[in-house]
Design a protein around this ligand. Structure first.
Ligand SMILES: Nc1ncnc2c1ncn2[C@@H]1O[C@H](COP(=O)(O)OP(=O)(O)OP(=O)(O)O)[C@@H](O)[C@H]1O
Ligand SMILES: [Mg+2]
Length: 617
């Protein structure tokens, strides 16, 4: 039964009887011929063609989003199908169905002059298609030429959507150096794409250091062999490394600051710094080229700061300032004793740990793990704000003062959170530090990777500094408009597909690719997809009744139970996900757990190691 049609097909093929389509184009013996140009303007053209039966091979080739080529003798014009239709909007099962295909002209492919060399693609059109010119299915070689990176250092991140046999390559150096953005609605695969991109980047650029600002604690599981994790428990970022406004953000818990209190701090912090450096000098402040400011990252003691405030309260002339100073004192004391800020105020002995801190976070030396996942889930937002600001600032300064020896990528997942479009939202110093990287980072080897679900809510100056975009599915009209405005070349109609793209699919455009490219990211194995560990843990509980509420409440409070105090280091470690055998606690964890021990100075790093200017002498 089932054999007969097969035999029929075979006979038809072997004997070479023409199919209905071939009969129609009897005079055109090239099987790739699709139709003929009937209209053309400066950027677009219309092709008249015939659709045969519904499953016909030719009908299938005319679909929106495909590239085709128009043969003009010495050159072939490449076009992208953005619309197809039948002018009478009626379909007949008998006979021919004339259709109209609208294409956007992308560029031209020219055969190389030397025999055997690859064809060359040029954006822009020198010869426009004439009426009647024949449109083809594009050849693979031509398609490869369209996306050819002309010898630039490239990595393969997937395949073309149009032809899965062709690799999708991006120029990695340009993508990194001129900043990139990945945008798309939730669940389309942004984080997975990031983790794929980072994997490939590390392989291609072993000198690269990466800091991921990870708001959902999901990347460590996807880069297990490349990363170390830093969270609020293992972070060690002393308060004296914060600038005045960052410190104020923490003290005022993200609310409006009181100008008088900040002014008082601006006077008192340098005095405290001076007192720490020259214990005998009293509060005498040096003025001159080596004067300390509230922003200079040199150590001081909170106790000294409080002492300064107390002294000032006691002074007769500050009678009017007393309420301000008192409130400031309370603020400082409550922040310093808040367990959520332990990472700032933990060390009993304030030591100049800046080298250690920087080396730890920015992986100098990297010991084979060039990625740091800074896990922010569960951190209070004002802490996230100031810490992101400090880290972004440090990243830039580190790249700057290393004279290009350090190449740093700062990857901002959910970037709209700390770089919102609305200037009243977000935290000005973070925005400032990140836009500094966006604007000047390229020159010093500090790069930005921006990931967001809502490009419309992201600061437009940051987005405009990103030169390579990976636009995944975007449903929101406003978001689509923003991406459309970012794309400069003629292939803007590719973006019409933004709302309908599949999982793992993206449209890549900008510096990192030769021509706007619709691609499908490589499939990553399940265990390397960001956030998998957490989801697996969650799905192992069927009813959700085995949730340990006591543990959750403890995490909410962020205070260990008193009897666990001494064993806290172990508690922290046992909380880490399995499958992370190489995880090493950052060296600075220990002193915090045993506050009475002498601080172990592990200065593996000299300031000169990475060209940092020692700022305190
Ligand atoms: N390259 C890929 N290989 C395999 N699976 C993928 C890939 N990309 C996406 N997926 C699937 O899609 C799911 C969602 O991906 P992902 O978490 O990366 O989306 P997202 O865009 O980051 O979402 P959100 O905005 O909510 O963070 C993954 O759990 C995975 O199952
Ligand atoms: Mg994600």
């Amino acid at each position: 039964m089932g054999i007969r049609p097969l035999m029929f097909v075979e006979r038809e093929a072997s004997v070479g009887e023409p199919t209905s389509q071939e009969r129609r184009h009897a005079e055109q013996n090239d099987k790739r011929i699709l139709g003929n140009v009937v209209q053309c303007d400066g950027a677009r053209a219309t092709i008249s063609a015939y659709a045969d039966d519904i499953e016909g091979a030719i009908t299938g080739l005319w679909t929106v989003g495909k590239m085709i080529s128009i043969n003009l003798g010495s050159t072939r014009t490449v076009g992208l199908v953005y619309e197809i239709g039948k002018s009478d909007r009626a379909w007949s099962n008998e006979g021919q169905n004339p259709i109209e295909v609208s294409i956007e002209l992308i560029g031209e492919v020219r055969d190389a002059t030397e025999p055997g060399a690859k064809p060359v693609f040029d954006r822009g059109i020198t010869t426009y298609p004439h009426i009647g010119a024949i449109a083809h299915r594009i050849r693979s070689r031509d398609l490869q030429a369209v996306y050819d990176l002309a010898g630039r250092h490239s990595i393969t991140i997937g395949t073309l959507s149009q032809d899965e046999a062709i690799d999708a390559n991006i120029a990695i150096d340009d993508t990194l150096a001129r900043h990139f953005a990945i945008v798309g609605t939730t669940g389309v695969g942004k984080s997975t794409a990031v983790s794929l991109l980072l994997r490939k980047s590390i392989a291609a650029r072993p000198d690269l250091r990466i800091l991921i600002l990870d708001p959902h604690n999901e990347f460590a599981a996807s880069l297990p062999e490349h990363c170390v994790r830093v969270d609020s428990k293992t972070l060690d970022l002393p308060f004296w490394m914060f600038r005045l406004e960052e410190f104020a953000e923490v003290l005022f818990r993200g609310r409006e600051t009181v100008a008088e209190e900040v002014d008082a701090l601006r006077d008192l912090i340098p005095a405290a710094k001076n007192l720490y450096r020259n214990p005998g000098s009293g509060t005498y402040l040096r003025r001159g080229s080596d004067a300390l400011t509230a922003d200079t990252p040199v150590p001081y003691r909170i106790a000294d700061l409080i002492k300064q405030i107390d002294e000032r309260i006691g002074m007769l002339e500050s009678k009017n300032d007393r309420p301000i100073l008192k409130s400031l004192k309370t603020r400082i004391e409550s922040a310093a004793s808040d367990p959520r800020y332990r990472f700032m105020f933990n060390s009993r002995l304030i030591e100049d740990t800046i080298h250690e801190t920087i080396g730890n976070i920015f992986r100098v030396p990297h010991h084979g793990r060039p990625v740091t996942c800074f896990e922010m889930a569960g951190m209070p937002s004002e802490v996230v704000n100031s810490v992101c600001s400090v880290l972004a600032r440090l990243a830039f300064d580190l790249a700057l003062w290393s004279d290009g020896k350090l190449q740093l990528l700062l990857l901002c997942e959910e970037a709209h959170r700390y770089m919102p479009a609305d200037p009243r939202l977000g935290f000005a110093p973070t925005r400032h530090a990140l836009s500094r990287i966006a604007k000047e980072g390229r020159k010093y080897g500090c790069y930005l990777g921006v990931v967001t679900q809502r490009p419309g809510e992201l600061d437009p100056t940051i987005l405009s500094q990103c030169s390579t975009f990976f636009a995944m599915r975007l449903a929101n009209e406003q978001d689509q408009a923003i991406i459309r405005s970012a794309i400069a070349d003629s292939s803007a109609s590719t973006l019409a597909f933004l709302s309908s793209m599949g999982q793992r699919e993206a449209i890549a455009f900008g510096e990192g690719v030769a021509t706007t490219m619709r691609l499908k990211f490589e499939k990553l194995p399940q265990d390397l997809i960001p956030g998998t560990g957490k989801r697996e843990q969650a799905s192992s509980s069927e009813t959700g009744d085995d949730v340990d509420l006591a543990a959750i409440v403890e995490r909410l409070r962020n205070v260990p139970k008193p009897q666990q105090q001494m064993a806290f280091a172990e508690v922290v470690d046992s909380g880490r996900q399995a499958g992370d055998p190489d995880y090493r606690k950052p060296a600075t964890t220990t002193p915090r757990m045993q506050p009475d021990d002498d601080f172990d100075l592990r200065y593996g790093l000299k300031p000169s190691t990475f060209g940092l200017r020692p700022q305190n002498d």
